[in-house]
Each structure stands twice: as C-alpha cells, then as structure tokens.
Design a protein around this ligand. Structure first.
Ligand code: PLP
Length: 369
C-alpha cells in the first residue's frame, strides 16, 4: 500500500469543519504520558478555556474521550437510572437519538415532538412536565444539525427547577458558533463535540456538569451502567490534585483541542459569533438569489448550519457529487425523512469565511443551478 494522501476538500458540510494548521501541528507534537505533570497542565488549560466558552464556573468541565455521541451517552447514562422519566425534545435526528439513548438506559422517554425544521415550544415542554409524574431531566438539542433549527433555551432552565428536573443540552454544533450560556440558562449537563465550530478533528466531547447534577449523580440508587463514561470515575482523573488513572487520554487530541481553544480565545467569542452571523447572512442571500428557501422559519435559523429545501428540478445527489468531484466542495444532504429533499451547508469555525461562501455560490452558478 502507498501512503494515503487525501484529496483537497473544502469542508462545508455538517461537520467536520476545516482545521487550522496550528491545530494540525499541535497533533504532530511528541507524546507525553497521560499522567506526566506537563500533560496535566494541558488538561488544566483546557478546563479553563472550556469554562469560558461554556460560560460556566462548573468545576466539572472536561474533554471526554470520544465524539459528540459519547458526550450524549455520558449525559444520559450518568443521570438516568432504570425507570426514570426524561422529557426529550424531538424535532430531528439528534433529538430522536437522545430519546433512544434514554430508553437504552432503561428510562422512559417522554417525547415532545415538533415537525422537522421547527423548534420545540417552551409551552409544550411545560405541558409535558405538568402532566407527567416526577421527571428526572429535560433534554434538548440547541442546534439541530439535521434541520438547521436553533432551539431557544433561556426559559427552560427555570422550568426545570420548578419541576425539580435536571436540564441536559446538546451543544455539539452550537458551541463556539453561537452563545451557549450554561450558568445563565440553568443548564445542568451540557456536551459538545470538537469537529464543528471548535474546528478541531473529531474525537473529544467537551462536557460540563453543574453541582446540582453532580449531587443527583452521587445519590444514584444504582451504579452508572457505563464504566467508561461514569462521571464519578472520570472526575478522579480530571480533578486537580487527584489526577488518578481511569483510562489513557487520547494525548494528541487533547493537544489539538488546547490549540483550537486558544484560537477561539484569540479571536474572542463576540467576534467569532459575529463572523458566523455575517458569513451565514451572505450565504443565505446568495442561495435565495439562486431560488433556495430555508427550512426553519425566520428567527429560528442557525448561522453555522444552513438547511435549504432543494427545488424539485435539481437532482440532489448529482449536484452534490459534482460539487465534490469537480470543485472539491463537500456539503451535506438530508437525513431521515429529509433525505433527497434538503442540503445542509456548514459554515463552522475555520470553514466560516467570505471566500468559502463565494466559492460555493460560484460553483453552484457554474453547475447551472
Ligand atoms: N448531536 C448533534 C446536534 C450533532 O450534530 C452530532 C453530530 O453531527 C452529534 C450529536 C453526534 O456527534 P458525533 O457524530 O461527533 O458523535
């Protein structure tokens, strides 16, 4: 076999996004042992930077080994014991997956559904909480990557407290692209992924957990069903002063995340959010001129993931293949019921530039959309 040299690609799909050369360089630096004091400082740096991006003071703020789905599994498996009820917002692939994970943990998923592309209304969550018996948690997806819908979260935390439920949020696509206000919104468990707006390769799941959630986890009647994802065991590795072996950290990924977080910090969150908004507005204007309409209604659209309905005269698979083969541009197709019907165009992290917007729009024009 020959060395694998990947073709050049402009990653404008739902993730992974483009990665800054500094992050790639960090991944190629020599390994340290995962308990080496020098490596432990890297972990501490990551915790400090993640707290800033999550807007939280949570002590338990870590980068879990595994992709965004590991973050999702960890959030659910630590909180949910067999028989527990969880209200889950289901309006796309990732809400559906959350409900499945709840059920695999032996919990009862109370699905609050909305059509794909729409948000889950706070009133519907409140109604579900009021008519159900005790509910252990409410779980919502902030940025539903399968539809481009932006879920409002700010009123849900207070509702959860009134009903003595924990608030779990999927911020896989939203973190570092739009504000994620963990403490201000009363989020108890928030998880993300590295390959979206953080512009790092996939492989780690940033997670933050409130003291309230940690107390609930400590009071579990049964041990966490997963040994690998058990927060009480993982805490011993990430806790400063403890740092006891649990599993071997993916060292190179941890280096990469530290560098990606440094890049976020250098840019500053307000500037980063503004860049995502600006480039998304340019893309939306260009797509509108080409005859596309957005799936989510106005005011509910994500800046990092634009989901447009593909007009019936366009062959979805043919055009996406042309974009990839002739222009080296990746965009995403629809999932589940939206397969063949929508495109999902990501402008996440490093991928969110004016030049990339123009490159894509020019390619679509040349193809003759
Ligand atoms: N949640 C959301 C909203 C996502 O977009 C994704 C991935 O696209 C996931 C969870 C799962 O993350 P991963 O594919 O990194 O396991």
């Amino acid at each position: 076999m020959q060395e694998f040299l990947p073709p050049r690609r402009l990653l404008l799909g739902p993730g992974p996004s483009l990665v800054h050369p500094r992050v790639l360089r960090a991944m190629a630096t020599p390994l340290l042992g995962h308990l080496d004091p020098a490596f432990l400082t890297v972990m501490t740096d990551i915790q400090t930077l993640l707290r800033e991006i999550f807007h939280t003071n949570n002590r338990f703020t870590i980068a879990l080994s595994g992709t965004g789905s590991a973050g999702m599994e960890a959030a659910i498996v630590n909180v949910v014991e067999p028989g527990d009820a969880v209200v889950v917002g289901v309006n796309g692939v990732f809400g559906t997956r959350l409900a499945t994970v709840v059920e695999r943990c032996g919990g009862k998923a109370i699905r609050v559904e909305a059509p794909w592309g729409r948000i889950i209304e706070t009133a519907a969550i409140e109604a579900a909480l009021s008519r159900s018996g005790p509910v252990k948690a409410v779980a919502l997806v902030h940025a539903e990557t399968s539809t481009g819908a932006r879920q409002p979260l700010d009123a849900v935390g207070a509702l959860c407290r009134t009903h003595n439920a924990l608030f779990i949020v999927d911020a896989v696509t939203s973190l570092a692209g739009i504000p994620v206000e963990v403490d201000a919104w009363g989020i108890d468990v928030c998880y993300s992924g590295t390959q979206k707006c953080l512009s790092c390769p996939p492989g780690l799941a940033p997670v933050t957990v409130s003291e309230r959630a940690l107390e609930t986890i400590t009071r579990r009647r049964t041990p966490c069903q997963s040994w690998y994802l058990d927060f009480s065991l993982i805490a011993a590795y990430w806790e400063e002063g403890s740092r006891a072996y649990h599993h071997t950290a993916p060292i190179s990924m941890v280096y990469a995340l530290r560098e990606a977080l440094r890049l976020v910090e250098e840019e500053g969150l307000p500037a980063r959010f503004a860049r995502h908004r600006l480039n998304s507005a340019a893309l939306v204007a260009g797509l509108a001129a080409l005859g596309f309409t957005l799936l989510p209604p106005a005011g509910r659209q994500l800046p990092m993931l634009t989901c447009v309905t593909v007009p019936s005269h366009i062959d979805d698979a043919v055009v996406r293949a042309q974009l990839l083969q002739a222009y080296g541009i990746e965009i995403g197709g629809g999932l589940g019921p939206l397969k063949g019907k929508v495109w999902r165009i990501g402008l996440m992290g490093e991928s969110s530039t004016e030049a990339n917007v123009l490159t894509l729009l020019n390619a679509l024009e040349e193809i003759g959309i």
